[in-house]
Design a protein around this ligand. Structure first.
Ligand SMILES: [Zn+2]
Ligand SMILES: [Zn+2]
Length: 111
């Protein structure tokens, strides 16, 4: 009876050890964070990612189309995200992600 119990225990430990690295590597390869997280302030699972705005930035860069003069206007749109708690109205610091890039070519050949 005791011997059977020990072997079951060992089997359980081995399968646990085998399963652990697999699930850990899956999480890393997917790189997806859970949509709902625990709120650091109230401790409830009610922390959601929300979009809280967007901004655009423009920059002049050398023409990337092989034209010798002029420059390209690169307009990037960033979406701003934030963690917000629906229980206690906590809001985390924000981060942004580039969601659109528009390039307007201003390059030209000399006359
Ligand atoms: Zn909260
Ligand atoms: Zn160009």
């Amino acid at each position: 009876m005791n011997k059977k119990l020990v072997s079951i225990l060992i089997l359980g430990v081995i399968s646990f050890m085998l399963a652990l690295p697999v699930s850990a590597s899956q999480n890393v390869s997917e790189g997806i964070q859970p949509r709902v997280q625990e709120c650091g302030r109230c401790g409830k699972m009610s922390l959601h990612v929300v979009k809280c705005g967007s901004r655009t930035s423009t920059a002049e860069v050398d023409c990337g189309h092989g034209l010798p003069f002029g420059s390209d206007a690169v307009k990037k749109t960033y979406t701003i995200y934030q963690y917000k708690c629906s229980n206690c109205a906590y809001g985390s610091s924000t981060w942004e992600k580039c969601t659109n890039t528009e390039i307007k070519c201003g390059g030209y050949y000399p006359n």
